[in-house]
Design a protein around this ligand. Structure first.
Ligand SMILES: [Zn+2]
Length: 244
């Protein structure tokens, strides 16, 4: 015979939750705690690997801009496909490939160390800055494309702008969640948004471009959107599991 340890009512055999107050049984609580730890550890490991990949990629990109200089272009088949003569300058490369990966790594470490921290917003702010820097420096190229009526570029420009807006919106919501103390249900929506976005980019890449290697252009898939949202969610689950 077992009784609920919250309200004291009698529990039916094989019942995992109290029928009266819906409280977990000790056994169920233990399973939730253990699984939360395992899930957090796995997601953390994958996300840190992801961040390391970006940081590695960053040193490669910065070496490239230092070597190639003015003729440096984004490492993308996208550019070849569109015959788009866009150049990246040092500032943009440093923000996109240096500051953003570093902020992403710091985000992982802060989330590991602290239950809740407003410093987490440093990462989404850098994400918005990276999008803004990228758009700002491409504005003159867009302007040229429109003036010379290169209509084959219009769809590409629209996609670039839409993508930047969606990412900015995603990060704005993330900032709001972090400042207000995120909950599991809130961060679940972020995961869904991140997944849709990253998956759409993967699909576009596979269907539109004849791309042999996904790894060199991995950072363009913006996987950090999905990983950062998932990490936020599993950390919240870990915190909740301790207070059951
Ligand atoms: Zn109960």
């Amino acid at each position: 015979m077992r009784n609920c340890d919250r309200c004291g009512s009698r529990l039916p055999e094989n019942s995992q939750r109290c029928p009266l107050c819906d409280s977990m049984t000790e056994n169920e609580r233990e399973v939730y705690r253990t699984s939360s730890k395992i899930i957090f550890a796995s997601v953390f490991a994958i996300t840190v690997l992801h961040a390391l990949f970006y940081i590695f990629n960053c040193s490669y990109e910065i070496m490239r801009i230092l070597t190639v200089g003015e003729s440096y272009r984004p490492p993308s088949v996208f550019i070849e496909f569109t015959h788009n003569k866009l150049f990246l300058n040092v500032t943009t490369v440093i923000i996109m490939y240096g500051l953003l990966p570093a902020a992403f790594m710091s985000y992982n470490l802060i989330i590991l160390a602290r239950d809740r921290s407003k410093f987490l917003i440093f990462f989404p702010i850098c994400g918005i800055a990276a999008e803004a820097a990228q758009l700002a420096q491409q504005c003159s190229s867009y302007d040229l494309a429109i003036q010379e009526k290169m209509s084959y570029l219009y769809a590409i420009i629209a996609m670039d702008v839409l993508s930047a807006l969606l990412i900015t919106g995603f990060f704005a919501v993330m900032i709001r969640f972090i400042l207000r103390g995120y909950s599991i249900s809130q961060s679940r929506w972020l995961i869904v948004a991140g997944f849709v976005f990253v998956f759409a980019r993967v699909l576009i890449k596979f269907t539109l471009y004849d791309d042999n290697g996904i790894a060199p252009n991995f950072s363009e898939l913006k996987g950090y959107l999905l990983f950062s949202a998932t990490l936020l969610n599993v950390k919240k689950r870990l915190i909740t599991s301790k207070t059951l």
